[in-house]
Design a protein around this ligand. Structure first.
Ligand code: ATP
Ligand code: HSE
Length: 306
């Protein structure tokens, strides 16, 4: 095989309480990429459609992760990368991760799968670091493994795959403003009160247990973020109104997706997720903010060949 076309999905990082460790994978939104073997050595980005992003491999997250893997494996060929970008950069649903993960996934397939998923995530983190100025894997792990994931440790990298309750659906609203991950990390406090830390790690543990036991009531109780949301929500117009409307419409929980501006809600059943979508659309419809909404099941497969 000399060429592969892939779907590289959007992802939700943090999942309310799990800043930098929890994430899950979305099914209906994602980039497409084509990775091709070439006789000429090296990594080249030959096509980018959708958004204006750098073609130089060293300045594009897809190129940086590809180069990290390429320099390590030193294969007897080169690679061309085409990116058909559907996820707006700075959206909070893992735009940079989709590219960083997609290039290494495609190269690994073309080379006969020499690397496991953890090693792919490791190289993809090198690309992600270009966008967010720190190596974190909470978008990459769900993109590569699918479903819900927990990054137990970033160095050495250790990823836990969590189960996905079958009735869980996500609703997303993406106000079309750009929030750079690096900027929304810069506003966070360096220290947090012990009482908030206790509440947050109780919620992370509870959410992991709830996913294992398909306990939707416990998912609802655990989907709270007392550490990050109070700071970041100021960057997102009408965040509290959207959250109140979503919870009133039956969502189990509602929080900032990754570093924002997207907001996600989890619901038990697709019907509830669609009712939530209707309710939150009303909030932004009364403003001049351009926005998109999506409803999706959880993507348990992750990146896939098309
Ligand atoms: N292939 C790429 N895809 C997306 N963004 C890229 C790419 N290459 C470089 N970038 C840069 O990365 C930045 C976007 O990354 P950022 O992490 O801020 O957003 P995001 O991935 O949508 O958010 P989040 O990680 O919170 O979901 C932009 O400055 C963009 O120019
Ligand atoms: N955990 C990261 C995800 C964004 O890429 C953050 O919230 O900053």
């Amino acid at each position: 095989m000399n060429e592969i076309k892939i779907f590289s999905p959007a992802t939700v990082a943090n999942v309310a309480c799990g800043f930098d460790v929890l994430g899950f994978c979305i099914d209906t939104i994602g980039d497409e990429m084509v990775i091709r073997k070439t006789e000429e050595k090296g990594i080249k980005i030959t096509k980018i459609e959708g958004y204006d992003l750098p073609f130089e491999a060293e300045k594009n997250v897809a190129g940086v992760s590809a180069l990290a893997m390429y320099n390590d494996l030193q294969p007897n060929c080169g690679f061309e990368i085409e990116i058909y970008k559907k996820i707006k950069p700075g959206s909070g649903i893992g735009s940079s991760s989709a590219s960083a993960a997609g290039s290494v996934y495609g190269m690994n397939e073309l080379l006969g799968r020499p690397l496991d998923k953890t090693k792919l995530t490791y190289f993809a983190m090198k690309g992600e670091a270009l966008a967010s100025q720190c190596e974190h894997a909470d978008n990459l792990a769900p993109a590569i493994f699918g479903g819900f994931t927990l990054v137990k440790s970033a160095s050495p990298l250790q990823i836990l795959e969590l189960p996905t309750p079958s009735d869980l659906f996500v609703t997303l609203i993406h106000p079309q403003i750009e929030i750079k991950t690096s900027e929304s990390r810069a506003i966070l406090p360096k220290e947090i009160p012990l009482s908030n830390a206790i509440a947050q790690w109780a919620n992370v543990g509870s959410l992991v247990h709830a996913l294992h036991t398909s306990d939707y009531n416990l998912i609802k109780e655990a989907l709270h973020d007392v550490v990050i949301e109070p700071y970041r929500k100021q960057l997102i117009p009408h965040f509290d109104d959207v959250k109140n409307a979503a919870l009133k419409a039956g969502a189990l929980g509602c929080a900032i997706s990754g570093s924002g501006p997207s907001i996600f809600m989890l619901s038990k059943s697709e019907d509830t997720a669609r009712n939530v979508e209707k309710a939150i659309r009303k909030i932004y419809s009364n403003t001049d903010i351009v926005f998109e909404t999506y409803v999706s099941k959880i993507n348990v497969e992750g990146i896939r060949a098309l």
